[in-house]
Design a protein around this ligand. Sequence first.
Ligand code: CDV
Length: 315
Amino acid sequence: MSRIVTIGAAQLGPIAPDESRASAVNRMIELLKQAGDRGCNFVVFPELALTTFFPRYYEEDISKMNHHYEREMPSAETRPLFEAAAERGIGFYLGYAELTPDGHRYNTAILVDETGKITGKYRKVHLPGHSEYDPNRPWQHLEKRYFEPGDLGFGVWRQHGGIIGMAICNDRRWPETYRVMSLKGAEVIVLGYNTPDVNTSAFEPNHLRMFHNHLTMQANAYMNSAFVVGVAKAGMEDGCMLIGGSCIIQPSGEIVSQVSSVDDELITYSADLDLAKMGKETVFNYAKHRRIEHYGTITTQTGVELPPELSEAAE
Ligand code: CDV
């Protein structure tokens, strides 16, 4: 079986707060059509791809935000996306807000195969931001208010002849995200993101937002010998500028394709998944070289039983 998978990274421009699901879905179908014309097998869409990034708005009564969540997938509104992808034999990753029948809220991504069947689900573990209104921010980042931390762990799935893992946005800054999946054999790690170009919690020069976006994904692609595909919702969304920079990274850590806009834009790359094997069999051959028994415990390395904040809490 061929190990060449043509991957599409389908960046979306801004989604207005009052933009309908139908409109967002149509924009994604347009990108899927381009992906079909360019021979894609698999397309990655952003985090919360069906709505504006609503955690920027405070709402006292969380149920008033219910219209931003999906109660079923596919639904009448999202089914056309599944059909358009299946017609073209394209699998995809899609991020959306999930409201479960028993009332739990997650920032979720699904993996869909080339027949339109949902094969995998991931719920975002690393939720950034805060849970209460913060008067010091120009806009809010209330993911901790609107979502619970994911309860599914970091899974991987066999699809398109390879092993695919999923993450979401802030997860990309944490090495554990990639390492857990690569310990399970991940060859392609896909993630969507919504990243404002300003850090509203502390001063940080704006250029670092894009630098850290690529640094984390490129370094972890190399250190885990996997392709990493990071896809933004980008551009000026209701007064909040979101970085673009969507890209496809090969296991060497090099970017092999990158967007040039902060709008709806598809980039593609024909990835030879066997490239992921090289690192896994040589430098990052875990069985041969990973020596967790020699990494030491916190106590032997630092002389403290627990990290300082935990030992203070224990006092
Ligand atoms: N949606 C996100 O998780 N955004 C964060 C921002 C708030 C820093 C990110 O890590 O990109």
